[in-house]
Design a protein around this ligand. Structure first.
Ligand code: C5P
Length: 211
């Protein structure tokens, strides 16, 4: 399940995983965890060489329960801090560093290899697991995506949210390594006019057709 921020990937992926009794992996949380660790260590995240040099150090462990996706860095539960604005503002720069991607993609493939999983991210269908049985590309209008995110976060307006998201999406779509793009064979779903339940149902229909 790939798509830009705010397209509904997390809620939809978790809902689909629950409905089908599958595991769930949030790869964005792994890039956020790496970013959180870099900030904690005082690494200048704008310095790609510095980020690359330290990218092998943090021990990142991702849970795969759709009801409580846990993420730990060096044993600490970072589920809450990785959602803070400082991490959100820095994550695209860290995620653009090839050494970071090589390490996290290898971790992701290890988890996916055990089978039976819904995985969300930006490059899952294109790079991480192109052989996936079902590939979905979720989109939504910029306004809808910003509204959904500002409803989740207090203290930010839809306008401010839209500007920050547009910046992150531009960085994610234009970086050299594994940019966000629709995979060959992916089914594109525009979630703008749909409720969460409707999107989950649409994905479940695609899965049923492919089985
Ligand atoms: O999905 P989420 O918005 O939490 O992802 C945070 C960031 O992690 C994205 O903006 C992107 O820079 C990066 N990311 C990525 N590849 C993925 C998942 C996320 O580069 N597969």
């Amino acid at each position: 399940m790939d798509g830009p921020s705010g397209s509904g990937k997390s809620s939809v992926s978790r809902g689909v995983a629950r409905a089908l009794g599958l595991r769930y992996l949030d790869t964005g949380a792994m890039y956020r965890a790496m970013t959180w660790w870099m900030l904690q260590q005082g690494v200048d995240v704008a310095d790609a060489a510095a980020v690359a040099a330290r990218s092998g150090e943090p021990v990142i462990v991702s849970g795969t329960d759709p009801d409580g996706p846990a993420i730990r860095v060096d044993g600490a539960d970072v589920a809450a801090p990785i959602r803070e604005a400082q991490v959100t503002g820095a994550v695209s720069a860290v995620a653009a560093v090839p050494e970071v991607r090589v390490r996290l993609v290898a971790l992701q493939r290890e988890i996916i290899g055990a089978g039976g999983i819904v995985v969300e991210g930006r490059d899952i269908g294109t790079v991480v697991w192109p052989q996936a049985a079902v590939k979905i590309y979720l989109t939504a209008s910029a306004e809808a995506r910003a509204l959904r995110r500002s409803a989740e976060l207090s203290g930010t307006t839809a306008e401010a949210q839209q500007a920050a998201m547009a910046r992150r999406d531009t960085l994610d779509s234009t970086r050299k390594t594994d940019p966000l793009s629709m995979a060959d064979g992916a089914v594109e779903l525009d979630t703008t006019p749909l409720t969460l339940e409707e999107v989950i149902d649409a994905v479940l229909s695609v899965v049923a057709e492919r089985r």
